[in-house]
Design a protein around this ligand. Structure first.
Ligand code: DGL
Length: 264
């Protein structure tokens, strides 16, 4: 008899959390994965605080109850910087968040750190506290870019990426930094493009692998070879039959997107 595997819920506003999913599933393919994205309120980087907290709590709690989830990963920096305490208070299972990798970036930098994130994340007190606590000796240049999030959404759907547009968006960091924090989970999806624009001399750092290690530690599961678990994906609003998206998701092992609307 096959043993029941833990069920992991990965949550984001859009497809960015898939970069975190890939890190976790590479280590732990045997788990059952549920991915939920709140496309109705995307982009989170432009959303007011209260709406964001209410939506994330309602959607995540409902999903946990519906599917008897064992662990939640809020694979979104913008949400994690404000929602974790209240979400943890409502759930008895572990809730792992993703916050910008300021601490490792600062220890790796010789010159300066660039933080590329959403407009909301660069404004958050949580982010400023991280910089105060862990990057005191290095200058940190912050850049909040919703358009870069859109570019990652488009790339996953098979649309071409325009490097000169990314170059314009990242121009404020040009020649100023030697380490860049990808402080939004969408950005590892366009890591190659960001790297080619910033140059090979700039080290790119994200939180994906650290999150995967944390999930493995919390579940106390091993990464020995085992049969793959199931993969289901849900979104809060139509379109549920988006061919370009479903094609990309199939390659990642997911069945087509299913509805999971917000019910308040
Ligand atoms: N992927 C998200 C993050 O890590 C949010 C992007 C957005 O919806 O603005 O911040």
């Amino acid at each position: 008899m096959t043993q029941q595997q833990p069920k992991v819920l990965i949550f984001d506003s859009g497809v960015g959390g898939l970069s975190v999913y890939q890190e976790i599933e590479t280590r732990l393919p045997q788990l059952d994965y549920y991915y939920l994205f709140d496309n109705e309120a995307y982009p989170y980087g432009e959303l007011d605080r209260q709406t964001l907290v209410e939506r994330v709590e309602s959607l995540v709690v409902a999903m946990v109850e519906t599917h008897q989830i064992d662990i939640v990963v809020i694979a979104c920096n913008t949400a994690s910087t404000i929602v974790l305490p209240s979400l943890r208070a409502r759930l008895v299972i572990p809730v792992v968040g993703v916050v910008p990798a300021i601490k490792p970036a600062s220890s790796l930098a010789n010159k300066a750190v660039g933080l590329i994130a959403t407009p909301a994340t660069v404004k958050r007190e949580y982010t400023h506290d991280l910089i105060r606590d862990f990057a005191q000796d290095k200058p940190v240049e912050m850049l909040g870019l919703t358009r870069l999030v859109d570019i990652a959404e488009e790339k996953l759907r098979g649309q071409p990426v325009c490097l000169s547009e990314i170059r314009k968006l990242l121009a404020p960091l040009a020649n100023k930094i030697d380490v860049a924090v990808l402080g939004c989970t969408h950005f590892p999806l366009i890591k190659q493009e960001i790297q080619s624009v910033l140059g090979e001399q700039v080290l790119l750092v994200d939180s994906g692998e650290a999150i995967a290690r944390r999930v493995q530690g919390l579940l106390s599961v091993s990464n020995v070879e085992q049969e793959k678990g199931s993969r289901e994906i849900y979104s809060s609003a139509p379109p549920w039959q988006e061919d370009a998206l479903n094609n990309a998701l199939r390659k990642l092992g997911f069945s087509p997107v299913r509805p999971f609307p917000l019910e308040i």
